[in-house]
Structure formats: structure tokens, C-alpha cells
Design a protein around this ligand. Structure first.
Ligand code: 5GP
Ligand code: ZN
Length: 135
């Protein structure tokens, strides 16, 4: 199966690589939401957050923190978002898990248009109960 990120990991495709070790690679997103938008990707081909093995979870997030620190020091952003899109409905476009680190500035032009919901009656507790049963 063709995978852009496996091609980057194998150096069959070029990328602006920021960091790599045995398990993780980080490179700049080719279509940044702000300059310096970075991706942290496990070298193992896993589709999304749910398929990342537990023993890789820690390493991937340690590197995500390392990259976020480097972006802060290099770019002096005002804040940043860590995003993982899981599934088409959530905006995932490459089906090899990337963690996005997106630099943010007080006056950048991002807008999240969210139709916030309101829990009614017992909905909050019912939804809590149904989720707790699955943990
Ligand atoms: P997703 O949409 O799956 O959460 O994230 C995939 C990201 O990969 C997107 O933000 C997209 O811009 C980036 N991307 C897609 N193709 C390439 C590529 O060939 N090189 C790099 N560096 N980034 C890519
Ligand atoms: Zn892959």
C-alpha cells in the first residue's frame, strides 16, 4: 500500500526533517497552517491514534514535547495547538498517524466555527455512564 509518510521515512520522498530516532520522525508539514507547523510521526505504519501500540505512545509524545519546545525557542510563538485528526470525518488526510504541532499567534487568522451543544435533563450523566462502561 502506498503511503507518503512511509516514503518520507524511507527517504523515497524528500521532507524537511527536524528530528528522527529509531521509533519516531518529525518533519515540517508541506502545507503549514502557520510557518513551522510540524508533524511527529511514528516510524511504524499505524493508521491513527487508536492503532498506536501502548509501548510507543510515550516516546511519540516525548518527541512531540521536544519539538514543541524547539518551535517555541526558534519561532517565539504565542501558543500552539497539538492536533491529531482521526478518520476522514475528523479531517485526516494521510492514514499514517501524524501529531500536528501548530504554532499560534495572538493575531493569527484562525477561526474555529463551533456549534456548541448543551446537555439537557440527564444527558450528561447518561453519556458519562455509557462511556464509563467501555473503559
Ligand atoms: P492529517 O490530515 O492526516 O491529519 O495530516 C496530514 C498532513 O500531512 C497534512 O497537514 C498535509 O499538509 C501533510 N502532508 C501531506 N503530504 C505531505 C508531504 O508529501 N510532505 C509533507 N511534509 N507533508 C505532507
Ligand atoms: Zn505509512
Amino acid at each position: 500500500m502506498k503511503c507518503i509518510f512511509c516514503d518520507i521515512i524511507n527517504r523515497d520522498l524528500p521532507a524537511e526533517v527536524l528530528y528522527e530516532d529509531e521509533q519516531v520522525i518529525s518533519f515540517l508539514d508541506i502545507r503549514p497552517m502557520n510557518y513551522g507547523h510540524a508533524l511527529i510521526v511514528p516510524k511504524m505504519h499505524v493508521e491513527n491514534f487508536l492503532s498506536l501500540p501502548e509501548d510507543q505512545m510515550g516516546r511519540v509524545f516525548i518527541i512531540a514535547q521536544k519539538i514543541a519546545c524547539a518551535l517555541r525557542d526558534a519561532l517565539g510563538f504565542d501558543g500552539f495547538n497539538i492536533t491529531i485528526n482521526n478518520g476522514k470525518a475528523a479531517g485526516q488526510t494521510v492514514f499514517h498517524l501524524p501529531i500536528h504541532i501548530i504554532p499560534r499567534y495572538s493575531h493569527d487568522t484562525f477561526q474555529y466555527k463551533i456549534d456548541f451543544k448543551k446537555y439537557r435533563n440527564n444527558e450528561l450523566e447518561e453519556i458519562g455512564n455509557s462511556i464509563r462502561k467501555c473503559i
